[in-house]
Design a binder for this molecule. Structure first.
Ligand code: BG6
Length: 498
């Protein structure tokens, strides 16, 4: 049963233009720039958020001029811009703000040209490191050498931020040589997702949930981030990372923090990040029998079927996981005794990210044993079909006594808010936050290090024990033992459904 909502009256677009800026994208010809950053900036331009004198400067090794780069940007918008449709004039106007510099991160080529472009503009200066992590330190150093690491400049650093605690500390220390913490924007694009921010709105904007949001009333919490894609062309990177480093240490950890943290006093960067950090530091180590991992098998079918994980990464003996499921606890007053279950994987049955809070049963049933046992379940769907469902117990209609059934109070945001609800992609929101100088949705250095401190022993344990991930079928919900992980506790994973 689904509640019907009338589309709400027109939600006024509250687009506030940001200050004039110059954004340099190192790795400006790369995949992320073409798929996300450039189409996202174009959408902000159409929305009227990019001021007239803003400039976007692509910087990469490839030898091309600004015209050739503009053509690449225009092609990227056509290919990855989705519904983004501006008029030909709008596109032309956007492209006129774009420049390109051929640059060598480790050498001297291109830096004086970039320095010349950035000199004395009086605008916000942002440098996006959309390059291999091996170059983060070089870029920071070059920016300083060429006088661009001034106190107003901001750098945006993509993941992966290190591959363990030691390398994350080294990277933090390297960046700190050239930039202050409030100039460093470590991106976790999950924090830019509309519904991920809704987690905070739902928890701290309503009186209803927060009093029940603790171990006394919550039986357990599940976090699932399921993907249907495989490792695709990213095999070389992915096989050195695996789901634990690629997804759990960052995206799932951030979701866990937002769902479990204490209410910050204000919605400001350090207040929010202090609370998230406390959650990570209160996480119990994960016991070996509380975590399972898997690798997807080839899809059954014709020769066009998807290859297995090992075929995709070209290593028949790879021990890297494409799926992980685990149980953890947060040792603090609010959550002591409540298990948090998390799972993520590639090539699963559906693309579905969801957080589910399963409440405890009522302490006593006045309806007798035959009415059965019922629980309220709150599900927050992050993607797709963003929305919230609250399972409520009611009387089954009709005569014949008091039989109880569970029905969903279901709100899909696009239905409730109508077409006027502005869809802003994570990257475009985060880039605008960089220009505004708002770090709330970015990870602080100590947060990243704490997340690695929790992750490292898990990965080291696998290595020491020589554990090999279990196979799971493409298009399934993961390994058999991930279901066992729950069943042992008398619980079930939610169905992975689109
Ligand atoms: C990235 C990971 O950070 O997030 C990818 O490196 C993953 O492996 C992606 O596919 C998922 O992001 P989204 O926004 O599609 O859920």
């Amino acid at each position: 049963m689904t509640n019907r909502y009338e589309a709400m009256p027109h939600i006024e677009s509250r687009v506030i233009p940001v200050d004039p800026f110059d954004l340099v994208i190192f790795g400006g010809t790369g995949d992320l720039a073409r798929r996300k950053i450039l189409p996202g900036l174009y959408r902000r331009f159409i929305a009227g958020q990019m001021p007239r004198d803003a400039r976007i400067i692509g910087a990469a090794r490839g030898d091309m001029d600004s015209d050739a780069y503009r053509k690449m940007v225009s092609d990227a918008i056509a290919e990855f811009g989705g519904q983004t449709k501006g008029s030909a004039d709008t596109l032309k106007s956007f492209l006129s703000r774009i420049l390109y510099v051929t640059i060598d991160a480790r050498g001297e080529a291109g830096w004086s040209e970039l320095q010349e472009l950035m000199k004395g503009t009086g605008k916000v200066e942002a440098y996006y490191f959309s390059v291999s992590p091996a170059l983060f330190g070089d870029l920071a150093e070059r920016l300083q050498q060429w006088g661009m690491a001034n106190s107003d400049a901001r750098i945006v650093v993509e993941k992966p931020f290190g591959r363990d605690l030691e390398t994350a500390k080294e990277l933090n220390a390297t960046l700190a040589r050239y930039f202050e913490e409030d100039q460093i924007y470590r991106i976790d694009h999950y924090l830019g997702k509309e519904t991920v921010q809704n987690l905070m709105a739902v928890r701290f904007g309503n009186m209803l949930f927060e009093p029940l949001w603790n171990a006394q009333y919550v039986d357990h919490i599940q976090i699932t981030v399921a993907e249907t894609v495989g490792v695709g062309g990213r095999g070389e990177y992915y096989d050195k990372s695996g789901a634990m480093r690629d997804m759990v240490q960052n995206h799932l950890m951030q979701l866990l923090c937002l769902i479990a943290m204490e209410p910050p006093a204000r919605f400001d960067p350090d207040a929010v990040r202090d609370e998230k950090l406390k959650v990570i530091r209160a996480l119990d180590p994960v016991l070996p029998h509380h975590i399972v991992r898997g690798q997807y098998e080839a899809e059954a079918g014709d020769e066009n079927a998807h290859p297995s994980y090992r075929e995709a990464v070209g290593d028949p003996r790879s021990k890297t996981e494409s799926f992980v499921a685990l149980k953890t606890h947060i040792s603090n007053w609010r959550w002591s005794g409540t298990p948090f279950y998390m799972r993520t994987g590639k090539r699963m049955s559906a693309r579905s990210s969801e957080i589910t809070v399963v409440f405890k049963e009522t302490p006593h049933s006045i309806f007798g044993a035959e009415a059965g046992q019922h629980r309220n379940v709150l599900s927050i769907r992050l993607q797709p079909n963003e929305g919230i469902t609250l399972g409520v117990t009611i009387k089954e209609p009709g005569p014949g006594g008091m039989r109880l059934i569970d029905v969903p109070l279901d709100m899909t945001f696009s239905e409730a808010l109508g077409d006027d609800a502005e869809q802003v992609d994570a990257y475009e929101r985060l880039i605008m936050d960089v220009i505004r100088g708002n770090q709330t949705l970015f990870m602080r250095g100590d947060e990243v290090e704490a997340a690695w401190a929790w992750t490292d022993p898990i990965i080291q344990g696998w290595q020491t024990r020589g554990e090999v991930p279990k196979p799971y079928d493409s298009g399934s919900d993961g390994t058999v033992d991930s279901r066992e992980l729950m069943r042992r506790d008398g619980r079930e994973w939610r169905e992975v459904a689109p």
